[in-house]
Design a protein around this ligand. Sequence first.
Ligand code: SF4
Ligand code: SF4
Length: 134
Amino acid sequence: MSVIIPKKSADEFFEKIKELSGQDIKLCMQCGTCSASCPMSEHMKCTPRKAIHLAQLGMDEMLHEQNTCWVCASCHTCSVRCPRGIDLARVMEAVRQLTLRKNENFIEPSKMTAEEIKNCPQIALVAGFRKLTS
Ligand code: SF4
Ligand code: SF4
């Protein structure tokens, strides 16, 4: 089944990503260097290369269903290695921001069990809440 993406909404999505990250995702040539370099890709439902492809197509709903930007550790390996000079770590941050700005959290602190809180290092909890909650 083919999916028809309205051009206007795709353009609006690129512009939003560009405004937040300063990056032009249209430059991506889908080489896959980012996915091959990413230390977190095995934990992602969708690799960094595929995530940027969804973003290029303006498929923001499908992109938000993936865990890619949340699992991204902001290590910047992809940004250093991208042959097109795209700072993909900043793109991932922009995608996270677009979700958090809708007041949608990736994790709900109130739903964590006492056992989970007890077992997490405090610094990890604070860092996680900063990154994953609005
Ligand atoms: S490394 Fe850069 S050009 Fe290659 S797929 Fe990733 S973002 Fe695109
Ligand atoms: S910045 Fe994120 S997407 Fe890029 S290599 Fe590191 S973990 Fe993977």
